[in-house]
Design a protein around this ligand. Structure first.
Ligand SMILES: Cc1cc2nc3c(=O)[nH]c(=O)nc-3n(C[C@H](O)[C@H](O)[C@H](O)COP(=O)(O)OP(=O)(O)OC[C@H]3O[C@@H](n4cnc5c(N)ncnc54)[C@H](O)[C@@H]3O)c2cc1C
Ligand SMILES: *[C@@H]1O[C@H](CO)[C@@H](O)[C@H](O)[C@H]1NC(C)=O
Ligand SMILES: *[C@@H]1O[C@H](CO)[C@@H](O)[C@H](O)[C@H]1NC(C)=O
Ligand SMILES: *[C@@H]1O[C@H](CO)[C@@H](O)[C@H](O)[C@H]1NC(C)=O
Ligand SMILES: *[C@@H]1O[C@H](CO)[C@@H](O)[C@H](O)[C@H]1NC(C)=O
Ligand SMILES: *[C@@H]1O[C@H](CO)[C@@H](O)[C@H](O)[C@H]1NC(C)=O
Ligand SMILES: *[C@@H]1O[C@H](CO)[C@@H](O)[C@H](O)[C@H]1NC(C)=O
Ligand SMILES: *[C@@H]1O[C@H](CO)[C@@H](O)[C@H](O)[C@H]1NC(C)=O
Ligand SMILES: *[C@@H]1O[C@H](CO)[C@@H](O)[C@H](O)[C@H]1NC(C)=O
Length: 602
């Protein structure tokens, strides 16, 4: 069986079926025993699963989750960390495509989003970063709500996750600091199968120091430096919002219904109030041909459709920029100009290098026999290459203080503990972008990213039909800062590879167009031709101070100008964290659950 991942071909075995767990999960609106719940969560993804799990802890409240995707259970490719790269373009993906990108020489790219219980946490590449202390303190200041400061959210971080041993059970002293981790349900570990290059990354970092200094645990809150990657993996298996927050016993709660394969079409106004229209109803359906049914929430509706699904639903409901809505003949009910705007994401760029070592995983993805051997090892023992997603070590770098990228703008990073760029070191040819894996040879990939990104984009509706995909324009690499930071990251990669530690058999040699990109202009051109997304879209329903005229939700995540709706997902980020974003979403959702419980005396 083959799966095409944007230009390359990854081989993988026919998905084996797992024994099915009995679970109180419904697959059709006709199976609902009631049409009124205390709380309705729209989108059973990362944020939505946490809120549904926490609210239903109280047996006195009824909770319904409505999720457009299917069940995560029994799907091997969702469980095996290494197989995460096979999931784009499958039924677990919404299969969005961007509009032509100005900053990428008018290319479009495939924008993967989770379409399954657990949402994108069920299909992502698992890196676990809680974001720097500076980021959280900046959110507190931007929202004028100290409840978002690190001091206040630390308790919620500790509730999200716990550090567990890597699957190989090795001594991880010096690779992670257990004292900064919590005791929540998501399992987090460092790599279960270090590759040849990981110890070299550590050695080069210790040799060079300075901007590449070794950082034993970025989840201490200081993200700057070179570290072993921590991932949402336990016992060699993916740990997602669905597995961690909706395990069998939670699914079995009699006060929680999880309705799959069903889409929220639009929110329904049920009343008027001094705070604006009250939206406690929602239309749902399984396909464009179905007659929608309306269900209602006694208390409130929590919208957790993700950075694309949430603004799409708000816009379809008449909540958004008035003029845009009128153009599509949608009656504006709440004029909220920021809905869909201020889309933020990290640009990701693969840089490829030939290497002389032969242990990279290139042959694993070229040869189905080798692939199946590694998969069998995982099935039999939960050991080996497949216990990790590609990439076990990374650097988070500050730009040099005198970088010309800062000309005319304030430093976009949240503070000195936040990086400007990221380099992920991968022991093979990660063909996630336009360049296909060569038929022969061994490679390493450095995925470079702009962490403190300044490009902003938008999501708009294509029509008033909830089954049409929206127009997504992230506008990656459209600022001078972003392109200069990316070029610096590319040069930093070469500086890092110049360390003595690499002058062994590995000796990375730039491959393809990178080999001839000898000036900043050529590096920038390589970036525009090959960059795409790190899959971190956010900010499309951003939080702002309660009395501010900008922003979509207030600092308690309630939609401004309306009543009865809260947003809990990546849409609410006021600015994007300078790292991978899943852990911050779990943290937001833990705090949101407490805010909701407090409002209803639960
Ligand atoms: C390929 C990929 C790799 C990634 N790698 C990493 C990584 O390594 N580390 C990291 O930290 N982050 C990573 N991310 C990002 C991270 O996983 C996401 O940012 C995060 O999971 C998003 O959480 P969310 O709650 O905002 O949305 P999601 O988890 O996407 O949840 C939204 C849910 O709502 C559902 N939905 C949407 N619209 C509707 C509707 N109208 N009706 C019903 N249901 C609806 C969706 O099906 C989905 O289940 C990656 C993401 C992807 C896609
Ligand atoms: C549930 O409601 C009952 C009856 O009002 C009350 O006695 C009980 O404490 C409530 N339980 C919780 C967990 O709030
Ligand atoms: C995404 O595309 C694949 C391949 O065409 C398809 O099988 C899958 O159903 C699509 N996903 C959705 C949610 O439509
Ligand atoms: C991108 O498309 C626009 C509009 O068609 C055009 O003006 C522009 O020159 C194109 N840019 C590149 C680099 O091709
Ligand atoms: C809200 O108020 C408007 C204007 O008075 C009225 O037309 C509308 O029917 C009301 N809606 C609801 C759901 O009560
Ligand atoms: C890889 O290199 C090692 C050491 O040079 C050698 O012994 C081995 O045969 C090589 N393996 C392959 C598949 O080329
Ligand atoms: C920044 O400082 C470094 C070291 O002092 C120097 O080599 C480099 O040329 C400077 N860069 C710029 C853009 O001034
Ligand atoms: C890099 O690998 C490619 C593909 O195998 C090969 O054609 C090329 O010659 C190699 N380049 C170097 C410098 O080894
Ligand atoms: C909002 O209120 C706070 C404190 O009440 C005040 O400091 C701030 O200036 C106000 N902001 C706006 C935009 O009115």
């Amino acid at each position: 069986m083959k799966s095409s991942i944007k230009g390359s071909t990854w081989l993988y075995a026919t998905v084996l079926s797992f024994p099915c767990t009995l679970a109180a999960v419904l697959s059709s609106p006709a199976d609902l025993s009631t049409r009124e719940y205390d709380f309705i969560v729209l989108g059973g993804g990362t944020g939505g699963s946490v809120v549904a799990s926490r609210l239903s802890e109280n047996a006195n409240v009824t909770v319904l989750v409505v999720e457009d995707g299917g069940n995560n259970e029994g799907q091997l490719a969702l469980e095996v960390p290494f197989m995460g790269v096979t999931l784009p373009g499958t039924a677990f993906d919404w299969n969005y495509t961007t509009t032509p990108q100005d900053g990428l020489n008018n290319r479009t790219f495939h924008y993967t989003r989770g379409h399954v219980l657990g949402g994108s946490s069920s299909i992502n590449l698992l890196t676990w970063n809680r974001a720097s202390d500076d980021l959280w303190n900046r959110w507190a200041s931007l929202t004028e709500d100290d409840g978002w400061s690190w001091k206040q959210v630390e308790q919620y971080y500790l509730k999200t996750s716990q550090l567990v041993a890597p699957s190989d059970g090795r001594d991880t002293t010096g690779q992670v600091d257990p004292s900064v981790h919590g005791n929540g349900p998501v399992e987090v570990s460092v790599s279960g199968f270090l590759t040849d290059i990981d110890p070299i990354v550590e050695a080069a970092s210790k040799e060079l120091g300075g901007r590449f200094k070794f950082n034993v645990d970025y989840n201490s809150g200081d993200f700057v430096g070179t570290s072993y990657m921590q991932s949402s993996i336990g016992g060699g298996e993916r740990s997602s919002a669905a597995t961690a927050y909706l395990p069998t016993d939670v699914r079995g709660r009699t006060n929680l219904d999880i309705l799959l394969n069903t889409r929220a079409l639009r929110l329904v106004q049920t009343d008027n109030s001094t705070a604006g229209p009250v939206f406690k109803g929602v239309q749902i359906a399984q396909s464009a041909d179905d007659t929608p049914i309306t269900i209602t929430a006694k208390n409130e509706i929590i919208v957790s459709g993700g950075a694309f699904g949430t603004p799409q639903l708000l816009l379809l409901s008449g909540i958004g920029p008035e003029d845009d809505l009128k153009e599509l003949s949608i009656t504006p009910l709440v004029n909220s100009p920021d809905v869909g705007n201020h889309l933020l994401d990290h640009t990701l760029l693969p840089n490829y290098f030939n290497v002389s070592i032969n242990g990279t995983w290139d042959d694993v993805v070229r040869d189905s026999a080798v692939f199946n051997e590694k998969l069998q090892q995982w099935l039999d023992t939960r050991q080996g290459l497949f216990t990790d997603s590609p990439g076990n070590s990374l650097s988070y770098l500050r730009l040099p203080d005198n970088s010309s990228a800062f000309a005319g703008i304030p430093d976009p990073a949240s503070g000195p503990l936040s990086p400007h760029t990221e380099l992920i070191f991968v022991d093979g040819f990660a063909a996630f972008g336009p360049i296909a894996q060569p038929a022969t040879g061994n490679f390493i990939t450095v995925l470079s990213a702009v962490s403190s990104t300044t490009s902003t984009g938008s999501l708009k509706l294509a029509s008033s039909n909830p089954f049409d995909i929206p127009l997504i324009d992230p506008r990656l690499l459209t600022t001078t800062f972003d392109i200069e930071a990316m070029v610096q990251a590319m040069k930093d990669t070469q500086e890092f590879f110049a360390a003595d530690a690499w002058q062994t058999d590995v000796k990375p040699v730039p491959f393809g167009d990178l080999a001839t990109a000898t000036t900043d202009e050529l590096l920038a051109e390589y970036a525009r031709n090959n960059a795409f997304t790190e899959s971190h879209p956010s900010g499309t329903a951003r939080m702002s101070p309660d009395n501010a005229s900008w922003g979509v939700v207030d600092s308690k995540l309630k939609v401004k100008g309306a009543q009865g709706i809260r947003v809990v997902d990546a849409s609410v980020f006021p600015v994007i964290p300078e790292c991978h974003i899943q852990a911050p979403i779990y943290i937001i959702a833990e705090r949101a659950s407490d805010l909701i419980k407090a409002d209803y005396g639960l």
